[in-house]
Design a protein around this ligand. Structure first.
Ligand code: GLC
Length: 637
């Protein structure tokens, strides 16, 4: 090869680098354009262990069950999962009441089972994130037993108070604080002759994070699991960690007349205290230090669960002084701020507001469902399943999917009072339980149409299986030509392209009921997602959204769509798109201007020169920028 082509190669590569490197989406952090860390663009698949897969026929999901289905996650294209609690627990709140933070719940398996799960996940390239529940332990935890007995060193592990002595000699709780799960947040302890605080059930006493010994004990818990190879933690109920130590009454909210309801007061002394942020930042440092000490492993991350205001959540990412906190403060707006009757403007507003408040250089995240809220099919209607997954998976940043949402599983709302096990549902009683029960979204995963939907061989499962499993199950959806599962896996595949990782983002309502957003990346076909949130079919004129006449090709459409993969929607002369009720579509924009003029000339010259090496380099470079996948760091420690 002479020197001239070599110079051309160099020039050519520089051009590619320069053009692709000139755009930062600003929405997805990237230290360099070529590297996005594993957690910044992944899909976190939440597994609710009790309901995922039972391996030993006791009607309860377990660790071996999860391990046996990790291949399913890999096949689906999932590379990160977070597990709801798997630790030793009396199961009053199904694992969110932990009696030993360093032991596995026996009905879920053993530590060896856990290690096998981690090894299998590692071999399949799946990161495992555990649920960390710091706000409260179980009342059966030895810390609580010792604290109740005033054992030296443990006296102040929890929040204790004498209560108020009334004129008639009786005692009452120190203030009007209520539990999230109904009733007073204070419980009298006969042994210690004091009240203790519990923001959730009375079997979940609040730990006292003003006590440095508690902070230290919890740090040890985190380090214990990090050393076992987990990639991080989802931190439970984090904004409940601290309470005002003056213990003042909370002001009334005027939302309800029921003084036992959590909504009765405004939680200005029990939630979102400034100390919460300091604790989150403390844990961030612990994780960063661990990652620095074990540089061969992946970045260890935290995701925080707080139903809080936007400014607070933005501070979790990074506060005004630039101190970093949570990698991913969960964004619950698709659960809390849009509903079945929301229109296109509500969706656009909710997406935009997160992106506006999120400090620059961080990864956006979108949570579509979890074990505490009704499923997508039940919140928005079964026809919305594909569109909501399109929304979730084509937005910039991180997507969080709750197990079963890839199939469009539905809440089982007809669970009887006798079969009801969720503590808040049991607290409010038989008349009202259906309004608050979380059991309907926790029913067993529907694998196939066999006994118990393939979840368990047992004669009785811990929660009943949704009777629709005969039709709605994974096996059927794999076999069908079109299915929610197939739409979901196509979306995951699409996410792997450079444009979905790095593309600029632009969203707007096209009408009252339809909104669209676009991902753009220089030199590649733009990707456009269009969603109809009404129960009517909608005709959409795309010409206003598109800057110039384009040819739009269907990449992914829902099971009820009038279109199919590869259909051309809009010719050069403009045209209309017909969206099914609650339907969505993902299009790619074939502009014919994939390469800039500058490059087109250079490429023409190269092809003309007939130099095989240069042409191969050209093809390689195009391929590399379009389809290279995120480079995951597979080391564990
Ligand atoms: C979180 C969990 C929920 C649990 C509560 C108390 O909100 O997601 O399931 O009941 O915390 O730990």
């Amino acid at each position: 090869m002479t020197i001239a082509p070599l110079i051309k190669i160099l020039l050519f590569s520089l051009l590619l680098q320069q053009e692709s490197g000139s755009v930062m989406s600003g929405l997805v952090k990237s230290e360099s354009e070529d590297f996005i860390d594993w957690w910044q663009h992944t899909v976190f698949y939440q597994i609710y262990p009790r309901s995922f897969k039972d391996s030993n026929g006791d009607g309860i999901g377990d660790l071996r069950g999860i391990t046996s289905q990790l291949q399913y996650l890999a096949d689906t294209g999932i590379s990160a999962t977070w597990l709801s609690p798997i630790f030793q627990s009396p199961m009053v709140d199904f694992g969110y009441d932990i009696s030993d933070y360093k032991a596995i719940q026996p009905e879920y398996g053993t530590m060896q089972d856990f290690e096998e799960l981690i090894d299998t996940a590692y071999n399949l390239g799946i990161k495992v994130v555990l649920d960390f529940v710091p706000n409260h332990s179980s009342d059966k935890h030895e810390w609580f037993l010792k604290s109740a007995a005033k054992e030296p060193g443990y006296e102040d592990f929890y929040v204790w108070h004498d209560g108020l002595l009334q004129d008639n000699g009786t005692r009452s709780p120190p203030n009007n604080w209520q539990s999230v799960f109904y009733g007073s947040a204070w419980e009298w302890h006969e042994g210690r002759q004091q009240y203790y605080l519990h923001q959730f059930t009375k079997e979940q006493p609040d730990l006292n994070f003003r006590n440095p010994k508690v902070v230290q004990a919890m740090d040890n818990v985190l380090l214990f699991w990090l050393n076992k190879g987990v990639a991080g933690f989802r931190i439970d109920a984090v904004n409940h960690l601290f309470e005002d130590d003056t213990l003042q009454d909370e002001p009334l909210s005027a939302k309800t007349q029921d003084p036992l309801s959590y909504d009765y007061t405004r939680h200005i002394y029990t939630k979102d205290l400034p100390e919460v942020l300091q604790m989150v930042q403390h844990w961030r440092k612990l994780l960063d230090d661990f990652s620095a000490k074990h540089p061969k492993g992946p970045t260890r991350i935290m995701m925080t669960e707080a139903y809080a205001g936007l400014t607070q959540l933005a501070d979790y990412y990074e506060d005004v002084s630039g101190t970093k906190g949570s990698h991913l403060p969960f964004n619950f707006h698709f659960i809390t701020d849009v509903k079945g009757d929301s229109d296109a403007r509500d969706y656009v507003y909710n997406v935009e507001k997160w992106l506006i408040y999120m400090p620059r250089g961080h990864a956006a995240n979108w949570v579509m469902g979890n074990h505490d809220n009704p499923r997508v099919a039940s919140r928005f209607g079964p026809a919305s399943v594909d569109a909501m997954n399109m929304l979730l998976l084509t937005l910039p940043g991180v997507a969080v999917t709750y197990n079963g949402e890839e199939l469009g599983m539905q809440d089982y709302r007809e669970i009887s009072w006798e079969d009801t096990v969720d503590p808040p549902a049991k607290n409010v009683g038989e008349e009202l339980y259906k309004e608050v029960s979380r059991d309907p979204e926790r029913t067993p995963f529907q694998w196939n149409n066999k006994k118990n939907a393939g979840f368990s061989d047992s004669s009785k499962t811990w929660l009943p299986v949704h009777p629709n499993y005969l039709e709605l199950n994974l096996e059927a959806q794999k076999a069908a030509n079109k299915s929610h599962y197939k739409v979901y896996t196509d979306l995951i595949e699409l996410r792997k392209s450079a444009i979905m990782r790095l593309g600029r983002f632009d969203i707007e309502p096209l009408s009252r009921w339809v909104f669209a957003f676009k991902r753009e990346y220089p030199n590649f076909e733009s990707i456009i997602t269009i969603i109809n949130v009404s129960d009517e079919e909608q005709l959409v004129d795309l010409s206003e959204f598109l800057s110039q006449p384009k040819k739009l090709v269907v990449e992914i459409c829902g099971v009820d769509s009038n279109y199919k993969y590869g259909d051309i929607i809009l010719g050069d002369g403009g045209g209309q798109l017909n969206l099914a009720p609650r339907g969505g579509i993902v299009l790619s924009e074939r502009s014919g201007r994939i390469m800039s003029e500058r490059r087109r000339t250079l490429v023409k010259q190269l092809v003309k020169s007939g130099n095989v090496v240069l042409v191969a380099l050209l093809v390689y470079n195009l391929w590399r920028h379009k389809w290279t996948k995120v480079s995951f760091n597979q080391q564990r420690f």
